[in-house]
Design a protein around this ligand. Structure first.
Ligand SMILES: [Fe+2]
Length: 274
């Protein structure tokens, strides 16, 4: 843990003092997310600096995500097996994604993206853009992972200590017809790099095993309780066409939806938004 108690208290006070009061405070109207004006860029960056996330609202339904990301210095794309050739994933209902919840109409529990990635391929930022929304559902809850860390640490600092251990969480290997598609991955939930917090988390109960000691189990239960209770720090958003979430991999979930035409583009990066 890199924070002294004094540094932590300063960090926490600043986080809570600058936390947005509503989702609207995180939204910035932009003309074209691929060609941001300086004022639009400044507005997005100031929100990301404070809350690790911002949402743009535009009339550009089908943009080039790489162009948007490049303006924020993001180029280290992480591609997964279902991403397109360019490393950008089309999140839509599809046959080949059967069994993989993002590609179904089902809800997705709280998580950070790429929590199963090895530490050399940490997902530090993410861009999620809506091309077509569902008439109903497909909404997100969002929470700044640094706020969650503070709430958890304020409850009991042993919680964050337990979840900073290198063996706190293990994602079992994933196998397919060809054998091991992804090796088992063990690592911490919380880690600090250059003064920034990184969080790996999923509220899933399948395909994850938590360290079986009392401290880890209590910490995981505390996170579940924080994420399932009403909180002024949990925001609710529905991305409509032309809107996009730009974030330093904050905690999020997704509600179920009922419309197979829903399409979002997603790009995940190894870099943080500076
Ligand atoms: Fe996600």
């Amino acid at each position: 843990m890199n924070f002294s108690e004094e540094e932590y208290l300063r960090f926490r006070d600043a986080k809570f003092a600058s936390a947005p009061q509503s989702i609207e405070e995180l939204i910035v109207e932009v003309k074209d997310p691929q060609n941001l004006a300086q004022s639009e860029m400044d507005a997005l960056l100031s929100r990301i600096r404070k809350s690790n996330m911002a949402i743009y609202r535009s009339h550009v339904a089908d943009p080039d995500l790489a162009k948007i990301a490049l303006q924020f210095g993001l180029s280290g794309l992480d591609s997964n097996w279902l991403a397109g050739e360019d490393g950008i994933s089309r999140i839509e209902v599809r046959e080949e994604g059967k069994g993989y919840i993002p590609y179904t109409r089902k809800p997705i529990k709280w998580h950070t993206d790429g929590y199963y990635n090895p530490s050399a391929r940490k997902i530090r930022s993410m861009l999620l853009h809506c091309v077509r929304s569902s008439r109903e559902g497909g909404e997100n809850h969002l929470m700044d992972h640094e706020i969650l860390y503070c709430l958890l640490r304020d409850l009991d600092r042993h919680h964050v200590q337990a979840l900073s251990m290198m063996d706190a969480m293990t994602i079992p290997e994933r196998t397919d017809e060809a054998g091991v598609a992804r090796a088992e991955e063990t690592g911490p939930v919380f880690s600090f790099e250059e003064g920034h917090l990184h969080m790996r988390y999923t509220a899933r109960t399948r395909s994850i095993s938590w360290k079986e000691d009392a401290a880890t189990q209590a910490a995981v239960a505390a996170i579940e309780s924080l994420l399932s209770s009403p909180s002024p720090y949990i925001f609710h958003a529905k991305l409509e066409p032309g809107m996009g979430l730009l974030c330093n991999n904050v905690l999020h979930d997704r509600s179920a939806f009922n419309d197979d035409s829903r399409l979002l583009y997603r790009a995940r990066y190894h870099d943080r938004i500076r």
